[in-house]
Design a protein around this ligand. Sequence first.
Ligand code: SAM
Ligand code: SF4
Length: 345
Amino acid sequence: MRHERQVITDPGAGPPPLIDQFGRQVTYLRLSVTDRCDLRCTYCMAEHMTFLPRRDVLSLEELYDLAQVFMRGGVRKIRLTGGEPLVRKNIMQLFELLSPHLQNGDLDEVTLTTNGTLLARHAEALFAAGVRRVNVSLDSLDPARYAKITRWGRLDAVLKGIDAALAAGLKVKLNAVALRGAFEHEVDDLIRFAHGRGMDLTLIEEMPLGESGHDRGASFLSLRDLRLSLAERWTLVTVEDRTGGPARYVRLAETGGRLGFITPLSCDFCARCNRVRVSCTGDLFTCMGQEGSVGLREALRGHHAETSVDGLVRDALACKPKAHAFEITGPAVSGIARHMSVLGG
Ligand code: SAM
Ligand code: SF4
């Protein structure tokens, strides 16, 4: 791994901003660093997954080069995701490569979405590399149910990871996928747990991405419905938050903490979309809820001398769809074949 990569010092002098055909500027890159994971959450993956051959996955250097292309185009925030980003060998090197860009102002933020199982090991190094916020996915505080949802995860490892992250000075936000059944009762415990430790909690509506071997129609829980039932027990005060993200926030008067709702199936957040996603194979997805992608890997590896990565990105943005293509019809949701772990949320 080479560490002496060129650092962009003046992105303002570079190419024009990345703006799509609807005038939305892309300032946020979600970069998946691996398709692998140490868990198999039922809504995300099948139990037996075939992972990508390593040669298809971008090296850490290539991921960094790609990040620089987006930075030159005005991306200010990068989130590393996966699969599980912390299972990627030497992943801290990528954080270290990005770190100078936080110091020199190219980037506002480098963040991470993680299942938390390895967070205790990496929390301090993440903080040292300039990471200030992490999202940790946690769907249940009940060890047995946590193990069932993740197929074999250990809750105590995640709780240790969260403690370590908070102790290292990281701001932690919890993400929980809302599923019909026990979750509807457990959500109050998750709220108390998160807000008691100064963490926001965001509830995510299950998205119909990829075959995972569980019945999405049966597990789908509308957050609109959950919110109505929460409002019977908690005082939800709407918070204006226009960060371009899909979450809508309320503050709970009883705890003072924030609760977010990500409702891709029941609300439209596309008009404010400022993000693109790149898979660990270098496929650019300008919309998570559409099938289409543009491969950047070959250009990144210099296999097409006449094609620049920047040019491919701009061509793709010219076709960024106006809105996602998810649909919910009665108990059935129609989705797309790609697993969430390809893009990492
Ligand atoms: N492994 C990391 C984690 O779990 O946080 C990062 C990748 S994971 C794919 C990112 C987020 O996507 C997690 O919060 C997970 O709960 C969520 N997710 C996975 N599959 C989903 C689905 N089908 N619908 C909604 N959210 C999903
Ligand atoms: Fe792994 Fe995250 Fe998918 Fe769970 S949600 S299987 S932790 S990638």
